[in-house]
Write a protein that binds this ligand. Structure first.
Ligand SMILES: *[C@@H]1O[C@H](CO)[C@@H](O)[C@H](O)[C@H]1NC(C)=O
Ligand SMILES: *[C@@H]1O[C@H](CO)[C@@H](O)[C@H](O)[C@H]1NC(C)=O
Ligand SMILES: [Zn+2]
Ligand SMILES: [Zn+2]
Length: 280
């Protein structure tokens, strides 16, 4: 069965999005510092401390339990210290991570990958109350009420994260901005007309989330329409710092079919957002 899939693309502004991890009492302590000592690891090697990398990749959704080789403990999120073989499934998980962050898909833990892994893109705790606005001039007539859909999508994420969202008047500055655009719209990521790329968003703390005005959007999508709730729900995940997931049921899976509706966050999405911001 040939199912056409459409890409929900995410843009990468590396310089703008590399955020210092936190401002805690030990300013130089990076919780992902262990990655530095693993730099250069590749398939076939036995490396002390590699279990931490496996836990990291599992925590962020790149290494699934069912990708884990048989001798691993699959019943808990803990991976034993003696699990230090850089195996096929680890290589796959690293390649997936590298693809998601537009790094070279070397499959080994190169310097660029370590650097990226040590700087998860996130909002600082001082910015957990995010303002948002919808560019009303860009709205597509007949698509549905974007204010209602965006508010519903934001509320969905709010249930599982420390964020609060507040709409502000259009002429004020806001943390998050939602708008519909056609073709080249000035951010170096032109839209491609109907189908294909539906929307894109930028990682923290950029806040922009753009929707292709030429798509057939609907609050209640028919078989050829795209869901005005599911797509913002996905893009907001990027706005908050999540990358794509390999789990097809997840909101953060990179593609959606016409007529498809994602109703709420899946365990993989919840695990992802709470891996960044902690449980609530
Ligand atoms: C990817 O590989 C090319 C060629 O080796 C190199 O020039 C480039 O800097 C690499 N990019 C990243 C992000 O590491
Ligand atoms: C969208 O819904 C909101 C809340 O119900 C309403 O205030 C607003 O006027 C609606 N916008 C449009 C364009 O219909
Ligand atoms: Zn995406
Ligand atoms: Zn754009």
């Amino acid at each position: 069965m040939a199912i056409k899939e459409y890409l929900l693309s995410v843009s990468f502004l590396l310089l703008l999005t590399l955020v210092p991890f936190t401002t805690q009492s030990k300013p130089n302590a990076n919780p992902f510092g262990f990655l530095k000592s693993l730099e250069g690891s590749k398939k076939g090697q036995n490396v002390d401390g590699l279990h931490q990398l496996k836990m990291y990749l599992r925590k962020f959704g790149y290494l699934k339990n069912h990708h884990v080789s048989q001798n691993e403990v699959t019943t808990s999120s803990t991976i034993k210290e003696d699990n230090k073989l850089f195996d096929e499934s680890l290589e796959k998980a690293i390649k997936l991570y590298q693809r998601n962050y537009r790094l070279n898909t070397t499959g080994h833990l190169d310097g660029a990958t370590v650097k990226q892994m040590m700087n998860p893109r996130k909002w600082p705790s001082s910015k957990y109350e995010l303002t948002f606005k919808i560019l009303s001039k860009t709205l597509v007539p007949g698509a549905g009420n974007m204010t209602v859909m965006v508010t519903a999508s934001l509320n969905t994420w709010r249930q599982y994260s420390p964020f609060m969202f507040q709409e502000v008047p259009e002429d004020s500055k806001s943390d998050l901005v939602f708008g519909f655009f056609n073709g080249d719209h000035g951010d170096g990521r032109p839209f491609d007309g109907p189908k294909g790329i539906l929307a894109h968003a930028f990682y923290p703390q950029d806040g922009r989330s753009h929707y292709d005005a030429t798509e057939d959007w609907s609050e209640d999508p028919g078989p050829d329409q795209f869901d005005l709730y599911s797509v913002p729900l996905h893009e907001i995940g990027h706005l908050l710092g999540l990358a794509h997931s390999a789990d097809p049921s997840a909101v953060m899976y990179p593609t959606i079919n016409p007529g498809e509706r994602k109703r709420g966050l899946q365990p993989d999405d919840i695990q992802g957002i709470q891996a960044i911001y902690g449980p609530i």
